[in-house]
Design a protein around this ligand. Structure first.
Ligand SMILES: [Zn+2]
Length: 324
């Protein structure tokens, strides 16, 4: 189930969101047009940077964090300028692969972040060393993930950096930094390109940071090794987003990942189809925004979650387990 299934699934997800809006106007709305503007909102933009990751987080108080900077030198800078960004507080590079840090050098020079968070894994390339030089020459304070969770306040939103698994010298993907973003009842989990060894380590060592998220950024661009059943069973996301390039040579997202999401009736939105994906939350509701779709959904408790096909979502046993 490759191409033929993907688009209908996406359309069904959109229809389901619309159906929920009509059925429950107090909790959900269906609109078109631009994103809502509220000084009290948290905004997450999964930027369309092609085959790579770059995610911008803006707190209600205007604090900004950027997680990864895409594959190309200027792609992230251009996308950030389009969003009206003039300064960034914190930049994170999840791991030392170019599709995540290719644009970070330019981002640092342009937006002068105060903090740079990345691991000191031994995977090193010329471009990575150049980036470290820039961090130093621009006087950005380096921060390492630690063996314990690290809380970073972004105004009233919190970014919790997962404890870092022991370094895997063979798989840089498994050295990815993982974070949970929380703002009121809205949460999002991002773990770079993590594969089963590191995700299983987190499942074992910090399950409380993983449970019940609103939105999951699929690891490793939707690869079959970026998502598995135990991961989804713990996180129980209401929505999955994935950052990837159209027609990428890796075949992302893989059919195994799409099957798993279908199994759990988790809608998927993709940057290769949507362009930049924006999520806006006031802490009690959250919206998924694109130029053609805006849907408001309750953030917590999440009994009103909707699924592809427009039917009520999780069964009673699932719902109750989600609220523990
Ligand atoms: Zn990647």
């Amino acid at each position: 189930m490759t191409g033929p299934l993907r688009r209908p699934f996406l359309k069904l997800a959109a229809l389901a969101l619309a159906a929920a809006a009509l059925a429950a106007p107090a909790r959900a709305q269906w609109n078109s047009g631009g994103p809502p503007r509220s000084p009290q909102a948290l905004t997450v933009d999964v930027l369309d940077v092609g085959q790579g990751d770059s995610i911008l987080i803006r707190s209600p108080e205007g604090k900004t964090a950027l997680i990864d900077a895409g594959p190309t030198r200027d792609g992230a800078v251009q996308a950030l300028k389009k969003k009206g960004i003039t300064a960034i507080d914190l930049v994170v590079v999840t791991h030392h692969h170019l599709d995540h840090h290719g644009g970070m050098d330019a981002v640092i020079r342009e937006f002068h972040p105060k903090y740079f968070l990345a691991t000191d894994s031994s995977h090193t390339t010329q471009s990575w060393l150049r980036l470290l030089q820039t961090v130093k020459s621009e006087n950005v304070t380096s921060v390492l993930p630690t063996a314990k969770p690290r809380r970073i306040e972004l105004g009233s939103a919190t970014l919790t950096v997962f404890p870092q698994p022991p370094e895997d010298p063979k798989s840089e993907n498994d050295n990815s930094v993982g974070v949970r973003l929380q703002y009121g009842g809205f949460s999002m989990i991002l773990t770079g390109d993590s594969e089963p060894p590191s995700r299983n380590w987190w499942l074992e060592n910090c399950p409380d940071l993983l449970r019940d998220c609103s939105v999951l950024k699929l690891a490793h661009h939707g690869s079959h090794n970026g998502t598995d059943a135990p991961w989804l069973d713990m996180l129980k996301p209401e929505l999955a987003v994935v950052s990837l390039g159209a027609g990428n040579s890796y075949g992302h997202p893989h059919s195994e990942t799409l099957e798993l999401l279908k199994r759990d009736r988790i809608p998927l939105v993709r940057t290769d189809e949507w362009g930049t994906i924006s999520l806006v939350s006031d802490g009690s509701t959250w919206n998924l925004v694109s130029s053609s779709m805006l849907a408001r959904r309750k953030a917590a408790p999440r009994r009103d979650a909707v699924v592809a096909g427009g039917e009520p979502t999780r069964g009673p046993s699932r719902s109750s387990s989600r609220r523990r």
